[in-house]
Ligand binder design. Sequence first.
Ligand code: C5P
Length: 227
Amino acid sequence: PRVGIIVVAAGSGTRLAAGGPKAFVGIDGRSVLRHALDGVFAAPTAQVVVVAPDGREGDALSEALAASGDRRDLVSVVRGGTTRQASVAAGLDALWADVEIVLVHDAARSLTPPEVFERVIAAIDEGAPGAIPVLSVIDTIKRVAGDEIVAAVDRAELAAAQTPQGFRRDVLDAAYATATEDFTDDAAVVAEAGHAVAAVPGHPLAFKITTPADLDRARHLLGAQAA
Ligand code: C5P
């Protein structure tokens, strides 16, 4: 089946506070988006849709063409929306008719290794309507109400969701067409539409670059001097 990968990169990067959209912040010589796209092009993909911040479509296209090597014809760029869900919807609208499996990936998970893409695609190939990478939870988690601890939560029942999150294209299209609430990931949109979503092993390197400390971590992992 033909795979399309939507890379959502339209976030403002407010929590990173790097003075502009997170996707274009440099880690080493390469940006957050460029590193993410290097991983995406290592996966068996037939189309890559980059969802860019308003006004930065040209910059996103340059990054995508640089990452694509000789596969420039696989690249599409569209403008994102005000929420992640709106940005994914814009990406879905740009998918070619023959794409059967869709992966949605956060550009901010720049260092995600190719094996995670492969695990997600394999789970869908084997029949799951959707599959997402997860990591077990390390911290002890509490349920709170204001500043009061209400309950302990059994960590064994929890997992941290990562991306790329993969789905059968028909399932994801239909779930987005009927989604009412705003969710923070695609698995929640698909689960609300009544579909089972499988878990596959995630990877520590698929962490999301959100805060300045995350960016420092990415820089150290790449062996670069913190700028
Ligand atoms: O804000 P957060 O880091 O959780 O966003 C996750 C991903 O979704 C990022 O790669 C970000 O660029 C993307 N996003 C988007 N459009 C938005 C908000 C976030 O494409 N409106």
